[in-house]
Design a protein. Structure first.
Ligand SMILES: NC(=O)c1ccc[n+]([C@@H]2O[C@H](COP(=O)([O-])OP(=O)(O)OC[C@H]3O[C@@H](n4cnc5c(N)ncnc54)[C@H](O)[C@@H]3O)[C@@H](O)[C@H]2O)c1
Length: 250
């Protein structure tokens, strides 16, 4: 089950963290992967690890905030592999600032990266999926889209927006054989979170909120993406799959 042989996947923000783990997991299930990240971010490690599974791999620069780069990356992927079956909108930023400290720039940057980028990338790729009557669009949202977390109101706002976009695009595109879902992780130690998780008080706050009493592993998030990308998940649509050890059940 959950094999992805013959599928072509494009993953954003794949240089590191959850994006890298997801690219490797998709490759290990047989997918060909196009890994992307902001220009200047090295994709070499992800590419090497993904290639070890024997499938085809390709790297392309893609700052998701930039419409021209989106179009170029889609063109490169389609020229190389003929189509894109699976889009993983993983690229994201989280620069914590309390409600009193948020600037307009922080607001714009978060929405441009976490919401607008993935939306217009999906809009560019969906026509290829519609043509073939099959597609999987998977966002990495967050538990922060389901509950509030003090100190990051804008990030929480973007992830809540992602969950609503997912619901609505899933409704619109279901008739074309496309599912649109998201995975909502709890805290995982990555570049995005390691500085905060190294503060003992913050780590304690986090662990006390997770009934499983541990952080999630990147591979556990990637496994949820693999499931949503698979044929077996054809009837899972408009859904946000929590991988949070129970945080949001309180
Ligand atoms: N780590 C966690 O605890 C956690 C929890 C819930 C959700 N998430 C979400 O998972 C996703 C991946 O986060 P991560 O923890 O791996 O973080 P990370 O910082 O390790 O990786 C994020 C990647 O996105 C890339 N990126 C940033 N801005 C970009 C842009 N404009 N265009 C293209 N790429 C861009 C970065 O270069 C980086 O490689 C994000 O959407 C994040 O919000 C993370």
């Amino acid at each position: 089950m959950f094999r992805l042989d013959g599928r072509i996947a494009l993953i954003t923000g794949a240089a590191t963290g959850l994006g890298a783990a997801t690219a490797v997991a998709l490759a290990s299930q047989g997918a060909s992967v196009v890994v992307s990240d902001k220009p200047g971010e090295s994709l070499e490690r992800t590419l090497d690890e993904a290639a070890q599974h024997g499938g085809r791999v390709l790297a392309t620069p893609l700052d998701v905030r930039d419409n021209d780069q989106q179009a170029a990356a889609v063109r490169i992927a389609v020229e190389a592999f003929g189509r894109i079956d699976i889009l993983v909108n993983n690229a994201g930023i989280n620069r914590p600032a309390t409600g009193l400290d948020v600037t307009e720039q922080i607001w714009e940057e978060h929405f441009a990266t976490n919401v607008r980028g993935g939306f217009f990338l999906a809009q560019k790729i969906a026509p290829f999926m519609i043509e073939r009557g099959w597609g999987r669009i998977i966002w990495i949202s967050s538990q922060s889209g389901l509950v509030g977390i003090p100190g990051q109101p804008v990030y929480c706002g973007t992830k809540g927006a992602v969950i609503q976009v997912v619901r609505t695009l899933g409704l619109e595109w279901a008739k074309h054989g496309i599912t649109v879902n998201s995975v909502a992780p709890t805290f995982v130690e990555t570049k995005m979170t390691s500085r905060r998780l190294n503060i003992p008080e913050f780590l304690n706050f986090v662990l006390n909120k997770i009934p499983a009493h541990r952080l999630a592993m990147p591979q556990e998030i990637a496994a949820a993406v693999v499931f949503l990308a698979s044929e077996e998940a054809a009837m899972v649509n408009c859904h946000t799959l929590s991988v949070d050890g129970g945080w949001t059940a309180w």
